[in-house]
Write a protein that binds this ligand. Sequence first.
Ligand code: SF4
Length: 168
Amino acid sequence: MAITGTQMAYYVICHRKLWLFTNHIFLEQTSELVADGRFVGESTYEKRPERYKQIELEGIKIDFYDPKAHVVHETKRSDKMEPAHLAQLKYYLYILEQNNIPVQYGVLEYPKLRTTRQVVLSDEDRSTIPEWLEHIAQIVSRPKCPDVIKKPHCKQCAYFDFCYVDEE
Ligand code: SF4
């Protein structure tokens, strides 16, 4: 099963969210897409230089790959979910490497915050990511949805009403 970058990010954010999304229960809201930064590429960076290429392979879609510098750029609006952003970007680096596409490092960019972070794929990542993929496959194939996680970021999640319907 091909795992997308979004699924990898949801794996870090919440296993329940990963399960719901993968099992085609979509309750996405524009506000959450913005919060996740998935619209940044269509606004802030719409005038990116033409040297950046889009790559699609093994279920992932990388919007900004620099084929000369061999660098992947990933833009997000907010750094609130940075661990998920890091996992997603490292996953992209991993898939490129697995497919013999030259890649030096990734750059995680928060244009609204005017910050960037260089991300490299370590040997530890190379052994951990296959474990993540195996765990993701196990989670999404479960017949039952994982439990609610009761974290502060649930309030920003599109599934909030669905998850907390029985609570006041
Ligand atoms: S509301 Fe919370 S428990 Fe429910 S899917 Fe979202 S993050 Fe997970």
